[in-house]
Design a protein around this ligand. Structure first.
Ligand code: VGL
Ligand code: ZN
Length: 232
């Protein structure tokens, strides 16, 4: 039987819900692995560490070998970036403030352009990656999403790139599940792409329930939640 987008068996609605069969997805020519922000700053010991962020590196290396197309992103902030708490006197990291485009979580200084902290994670082997999208380089605008910055107007160019290369089937992995991965996945769905997030190849920050909220929003947007074992 055909396996539908939500992992249910088409035409067999009385059957119990089940996950995708192990190894049931073979990425084809239209599929792209989108590796989000696997950088030193987000690993244990970095400036904005994501717990167990280092654990996904071997998994992503293996996944990358199964895809004909790999694209990655790099959080790439200017010094004194508007998303840094240090740029807002009296504010601490993980508090929220209002920027011109709306509420913004404030972060420790992280991923400053050209620093070791902003480098790709050691051990990440994405030699075959075809494009690196850098984001968050406008001093006054943050960008969690690989497609659209936090003002929800400024585009990164990724949608146009994927369109020109006919890459319609996007598999998202990386850091952090509840921020850059979630925003990227939702924007990809909004762009009309077929989107899957490979859950075990991501790790979360989980700030005030942000992880549960992110999964709810992604599932509402039609994003498929899959595991690395689903990929052949
Ligand atoms: C991210 C917070 C700030 C991420 C980037 O990659 O999820 N989170 N900048
Ligand atoms: Zn950032």
């Amino acid at each position: 039987a055909a396996v539908g987008a939500a992992g249910t068996l088409a035409g067999a609605s009385s059957w119990p819900l089940r996950a995708l069969a192990q190894g049931s997805i073979t990425p084809g020519a239209n599929a792209v692995l989108l590796v989000v922000d696997v950088q030193t700053c987000f690993l244990p010991g970095g400036t904005l560490p994501v717990a167990q962020g280092d654990e996904i590196i071997p998994l992503i290396n293996t996944l990358a070998g199964r895809f004909q197309n790999v694209v990655m992103t790099q959080d790439w902030h200017t010094p004194g970036h508007a998303s840094f708490a240090s740029s807002h006197p009296g504010k601490d990291p993980f508090e929220t403030t209002d920027l011109s485009y709306g509420p913004q979580v404030l972060w420790p200084d992280h991923c400053v352009q050209g620093t070791e902290d902003a480098a790709l994670a050691p051990g990440l082997d994405l030699t075959a990656a075809q494009l690196v999208i850098r984001k968050g380089f406008h001093p006054e605008i943050d960008s969690y999403s690989a497609f659209m910055e936090a003002d929800r107007e400024t585009r990164t160019g990724l949608a146009g790139y994927l369109k020109e290369r006919d890459l319609t089937d996007v598999y998202v992995v990386g850091l952090a599940t509840d921020f850059c991965v979630a925003w990227t996945a939702q924007d990809a769905a909004d762009a009309g792409l077929t989107v899957s997030v490979i859950e075990d190849a991501c790790r979360a920050i989980d700030l005030n329930g942000s992880l549960a909220a992110a999964w709810e929003a992604m599932e509402a947007a039609g994003v498929r939640r899959i595991q690395s074992t689903d990929i052949a």
